[in-house]
Design a protein around this ligand. Structure first.
Ligand code: AMP
Length: 311
């Protein structure tokens, strides 16, 4: 694996592969790599001839200076882990390389980018994400780019951006990797105190509770969401920002659960802000009945459902 720091070096590195018609995969990350990132890198390794991982803590998408300052950074370990996952090029540019003096252009995904995370972190958040993703896609010009379901709204924003601006890159969304107690892996988890780490599993419990209520027949989204919020509230030290049932393609709130939905949650655990989500398949129509084999097929499709929905 080679670590490259400039756009010029990156382009020169992948140019021979591109000329030879080989498939280039990109995995954008902000570093502090964990098994979630590795799942994306391994998938890229299995599907592409050349794998580029980017490592850039993008200041433009942070709405709080303290969050940016505290964001974990460990480039030496990231290099080891990326090499272990079979990455060919680790693109680790400086902030000046990405945003040189005079930089003035941004990309904003309307509507979708203003809801939930866009509302709570401010609309500059997704503008920061969209702008840096557009730049990374232009820098590496990958055939495929890999994103995580963990950041479901971000993945949808990226799909919208790529579709609307005709980027010739296919977007793949990979399932969320979790700890044994269900907590979604996140670089920020390492900032949790041991006590807060235990408390943080409330987010996943709340999402599962929402899925369970729907499976049990509840169709009123407000009732399902209220029950899930109560689960978060019962965990001391977890301060809920939002927990909603939303449409998988628009992230607009739904009133009745008579189609696929995504349960999305954001909460502060101590000083650390965490997000998570759970795609939930449309309940079967009354005439269909749950039936054991149909129930199993539905469970297997759950993660796949949202990932395919916005293609
Ligand atoms: P980040 O470094 O947090 O910006 O994440 C880089 C990519 O890894 C994004 O596409 C994330 O959605 C994805 N990712 C982060 N955590 C996980 C996880 N637990 N499972 C799967 N993908 C993840």
């Amino acid at each position: 694996m080679r670590t490259v720091r400039t756009v010029r070096e990156l382009r020169a590195s992948v140019a021979p592969a591109r000329r030879a018609g080989r498939m280039i995969g990109l995995v954008p990350t902000m570093g502090a790599l964990h098994e979630g990132h590795l799942s994306l890198l391994r998938r890229a390794r299995a599907e592409c001839d050349v794998v580029v991982a980017s490592l850039f803590v993008n200041p433009a998408q942070f709405n709080e200076h303290s969050d940016l300052a505290a964001y974990p950074r460990d480039q030496a370990k990231d290099e080891q882990m990326a090499a272990g996952a079979g990455v060919d090029y680790l693109f680790a540019p400086s902030a000046e390389e990405v945003y040189p003096p005079g930089f003035a252009t941004t990309v904003t995904v309307g509507g979708l980018g203003e809801r939930l995370e866009g509302q709570h972190r401010g609309s500059a958040h997704f503008t920061g994400v969209s702008t840096v993703v557009a730049k990374l896609l232009n820098m590496a010009a990958p055939d495929v780019a890999y994103f995580g379901q963990k950041d479901a709204q971000q993945a949808l924003v990226v799909r919208r951006l790529v579709s609307d601006l005709n980027f010739p890159t296919r977007i793949e969304v990979c399932p969320t990797v979790r700890e044994a107690d269900g907590l979604a892996l996140s670089s920020r988890n390492r900032l949790l105190s041991p006590r807060d780490r235990e408390r943080a599993s409330a987010l996943y419990r709340a999402l599962r509770l929402a899925a369970g209520r729907i499976e049990a027949g509840e169709r009123d989204a407000q009732i399902v969401a209220a029950a899930a919020r109560a689960e978060v509230a019962s965990s001391p030290g977890v301060e809920l920002e939002y927990l909603e049932l939303v449409d998988p393609e628009s992230f607009a709130p739904v009133r009745r659960v008579d189609r696929d939905v995504v349960a999305v949650v954001a909460a502060r655990v101590g000083a650390v802000r965490l997000i998570d989500n759970q795609p939930i398949l449309a309940p079967p129509k009354p005439a269909e009945g749950p039936g054991p084999s149909r129930g199993k097929a539905r469970a297997e499709r759950t993660e796949e459902a949202l990932q395919c929905s916005a293609r």
